[in-house]
Design a protein around this ligand. Sequence first.
Ligand SMILES: [Zn+2]
Ligand SMILES: [Zn+2]
Length: 335
Amino acid sequence: MELVERPTPVCGSRDVLIRVHHAGVCGTDLHIWEWDSWASNRLRPPVTIGHEFAGEIVELGNEARAEGLLAIGDLVTAEGHIICGHCVPCRTGHGHLCVRTSIIGVDRDGAFADYISMPVSNVMKLDGIPTDVGAIMDPIGNGVHTALEGGDITGCTALVLGCGPIGCFAVGVLRAAGASLVLASDFNPFRRDLATKMGAHYSFDPAKDDVVARVKELTGGIGVDLVCEMSGHPDGHVQAFRAARPGGRVNMLGTPSRTTEVDFARDIIFKGLTLYGVTGRKMYTTWIQMTRLLRSGQFDPRPVVTHRFPLDRIADAIGVIKGGSAGKVILDIAS
Ligand SMILES: [Zn+2]
Ligand SMILES: [Zn+2]
């Protein structure tokens, strides 16, 4: 991965060209930096990486301009999954599961650059949301999707396993949505502290605490209504299924790197659990929920942002994430 000069991306007829103000650095970018087996199998370099961003429209293609919905100078962010619109998931309202998804910064040129070209249908006006918050609406959206899928958050009890940036966003969203008890768990004390700042009532260290026993203790022995599994740790699954109450729900976002062993009869079937796999953001239900939460001030993601770097210090940005004492890291590209 290196900083190089590339031509300004072409703005097609149904595209907008965006000058990037800020971009978020993500675990995905870390995989690409390390060039692990996922990255080397998926990416076809040269590709401009970066998929979380916000900026200003500087050019509109002919058809995009004719729509009349966006204008030069608008501050915007965008859904980074570009979908086909034709497959069964797309045509049944599940565009986030499109079988031909192309992701910016992975499958096509992304946002760690001065300019990015995006299909107009993926672009959203920020309408008052600051661009440094707009730049991280992709991972905030993952948190919103995980926290709110299944509904019924008012008064509910919830456990968030894994307090990386997305887990911490989920904690804040659960509080904003009216959860009565939000519990959080992570091995990393820095991340537990961030979860507390975002509103977690209690945080556990799985190295020392018996997480399931602590959850039961705090929920009258029954377990939580909702578990958000954000850790991807193989032990996280067992904990998630055991900590959920009978009839509860487990929304799973963390991606384990190996298969995990689960007692389906005891922990899922006889408990009547509902499991949900979280991929991306619902297009565009999640975005609408998220923009309303952000604009109203009910949910403030900013305590999770711990570091900012200029684009040419991308190595330092990756370094602080690897070091484990970082929440969300933002690149300041232009403003
Ligand atoms: Zn990301
Ligand atoms: Zn599709």
